[in-house]
Write a protein that binds this ligand. Structure first.
Ligand code: ATP
Length: 236
């Protein structure tokens, strides 16, 4: 039994079928990447897992427990936290307030403050800018904040949607170094990326999604050297 087990999910937006039977697994402590081009269904897969757009059929289990019928707040409560694509921080609140909000379901005050310090260690930029309004931070800084906020929920599984979206290669590299560190510290991660270079570097395994279906799955190392993948997703 895998820690997170997605089996044959079909997800719709009204009449539009975005996922046509997606299955994947993530083991405890693994970092798994989902790659695919625009509209392949990567974000929808994450939204299905976090309950924001629940699947119409199929099953999603966390540690053996069916979660696909639960509302999103209960799924967060069970330990699945998503860092959304793009700038989804609370713009008028400060960096620190955004991070504290990430811990709103927790009651372990000392754990919260230890995690806050850990996030400032991982992202020194956030430490320097604790009292800056999130809306005035750069795209990359807001991406760090979104990841930090998801971590403040003390997740069992961290879902990351395109952490490199709209940010410079240098900052992307820094964010990926941090993702690798977070995974080394024991966090289970499911990562979505269109630009697969960095993502395949930090992950153990990966799935390729094409028009709502998994077309390939293998170790990240094998996918890196697969000519089809190189041509379509690695820009080589
Ligand atoms: P991208 O890399 O461009 O974000 P993606 O792989 O994450 O793409 P999804 O956002 O999951 O793709 O979209 C999958 C399909 O579902 C697409 O055809 C998209 O047009 C459709 N879709 C996504 N969100 C909605 C929505 N709110 N209403 C209708 N259709 C949607």
């Amino acid at each position: 039994m895998a820690f997170l087990e997605v089996a044959d999910i079909k997800t719709y937006y009204g009449n539009i079928q975005a996922l046509k039977g997606v299955s994947l697994t993530v083991e405890e402590g693994e970092c798994v990447t989902l790659i695919g081009s625009n509209g392949a269904g990567k974000s929808t897969t994450l939204r299905s897992i976090s309950g924001l757009t629940p699947p119409r059929t199929g099953s999603i289990k966390l540690a053996g427990e069916e979660i696909s019928l639960l509302p999103p707040q209960e799924i967060v409560g069970l330990g699945i936290c998503q860092s959304p694509e793009g700038r989804k921080c609370f713009q008028r609140m400060t960096v620190r307030e955004n991070l504290e909000l990430g811990a709103y379901l927790r009651r372990d005050t000392s754990g919260i403050s230890a995690d806050l310090n850990r996030i400032f260690e991982l992202f020194p930029r956030l430490d320097e800018r604790q009292s800056q309004k999130a809306g005035t931070m750069s795209g990359g800084e807001q991406q760090m904040l979104a990841i930090g906020r998801a971590l403040m929920g003390k997740p069992k599984v961290l879902l990351l949607d395109e952490p490199s979206m709209g940010i410079s290669p240098v900052l992307t590299e820094r964010i990926y170094e941090t993702i690798e560190q977070i995974n080394k510290d024991g966090m289970t991660i499911l990562l979505v990326e269109q630009n697969a270079n960095f993502a395949l570097d930090v992950s153990n395994r990966a799935y390729v999604l094409e028009t709502g279906k998994v077309s390939l799955s293998d170790s990240s190392e094998n996918l890196r050297t697969n000519p089809e993948v190189q041509k379509a997703y690695l820009g080589t």
